[in-house]
Design a protein around this ligand. Structure first.
Ligand SMILES: NC(=O)c1ccc[n+]([C@@H]2O[C@H](COP(=O)([O-])OP(=O)(O)OC[C@H]3O[C@@H](n4cnc5c(N)ncnc54)[C@H](OP(=O)(O)O)[C@@H]3O)[C@@H](O)[C@H]2O)c1
Length: 267
């Protein structure tokens, strides 16, 4: 678990739901909870908050876990920042889970401070438990923090072996803010070269693990939580099974040397 600066905690591995739609999303989220996932990451922009809510409610009704045990994260998109209260209410209504465990700003943008303050208000009313940011790098974070009352508990940024951005991660962590990796496997459509990288293949074969498991384990050993996306039950199970082995310091260093500063998305 990642201990947060407000006393709550979040699992180190969660399910990402970007691009999962309709029944595929419902089945993926429900199946993940059955496998043991206790953190689901969605966003207004993914267009699947309603489906995530349906799957979580169904899992709770079927006794797979209690609502308290499942953390759900969602995000406000910049085009919502000018009308934040309505946007927050919309996400809460679509999720229909009583409360949202963590809400993030998806990106820096115009009116982001006002949007965050609206999230602070909703947190004060018990409708959101924790607040966070996404796609905030050092300069944006340092400018943002003095303007808000409640310190974010977490920043979610792109992090995989070809875009490690270690200095930024260390800077965020040094402020008592947890870091969580999006695109921990390089992102949809950008995986082929990364998965076949000889450094990862070599380490994976030494441990009897897959390249995906090595990448996720590397992030976790750096104190970075991960939210790999998958609608495949076998991939979901594989991605959760990263706690029975440990990468040696030399293996961590070898993966560290894979840094290319190669972002796989524009933000
Ligand atoms: N805050 C932001 O701005 C932001 C941006 C992007 C994403 N995100 C979040 O981060 C999450 C993760 O990103 P992502 O889902 O786009 O990319 P990702 O987790 O890096 O990669 C997902 C891709 O890898 C495949 N995969 C998953 N596990 C695998 C395994 N064990 N072996 C082989 N292939 C595997 C998935 O296919 P299968 O379905 O076939 O398993 C899918 O194509 C998103 O779902 C979203 O929640 C946030």
């Amino acid at each position: 678990m990642t201990k947060l600066n407000n006393g709550h905690s979040l699992p180190l591995v969660g399910l990402g739901t970007y691009s999962l739609k309709g029944q595929i999303c419902i089945d993926a989220v429900y199946g993940a909870i059955r496998l043991g996932y206790r953190l689901i990451d969605t966003a207004h922009m993914y267009g699947n908050e309603r489906e995530v809510g349906i799957a979580v409610r169904r899992a709770v009704a079927d006794g797979l876990a209690s609502r308290e045990e499942i953390a759900v994260a969602t995000k406000l998109y910049p085009d919502q920042y000018a009308q934040p209260a309505g946007a927050i209410e919309e996400s809460l209504a679509k999720l229909d889970l009583g409360w949202c465990d963590i809400m993030l700003l998806h990106h820096p943008g115009r009116d982001d401070v006002a949007a965050y303050r609206a999230m602070e208000d909703h947190a004060g009313r018990g409708l959101i438990r924790s607040l966070g940011l996404s796609c905030f790098y050092q300069a944006e974070l340092d400018a943002f923090l003095p303007q808000v009352r409640v310190k974010p508990v977490l920043v979610q940024n792109e992090i995989h072996p070809y875009y490690q951005d270690r200095q930024n991660t260390l800077h965020i962590q040094s402020q008592g803010i947890a870091v969580q990796a999006w695109y921990p496997l390089g992102g949809r459509g950008r995986r082929r070269e990364l998965f076949a990288d000889p450094v990862l293949q070599d380490i994976a074969s030494r441990h009897g693990k897959t390249a995906a498991q090595v990448m996720l384990r590397w992030n976790v050993q750096n104190g970075v939580a991960v939210i790999p996306g998958s609608s495949s039950p076998s991939h979901q199970a594989e991605n959760l099974d990263i706690f029975g082995f440990e990468l040696a310091a030399s293996e961590m260093a070898a993966i560290g040397s894979m840094e290319r500063r190669e972002k796989h998305d524009w933000y």
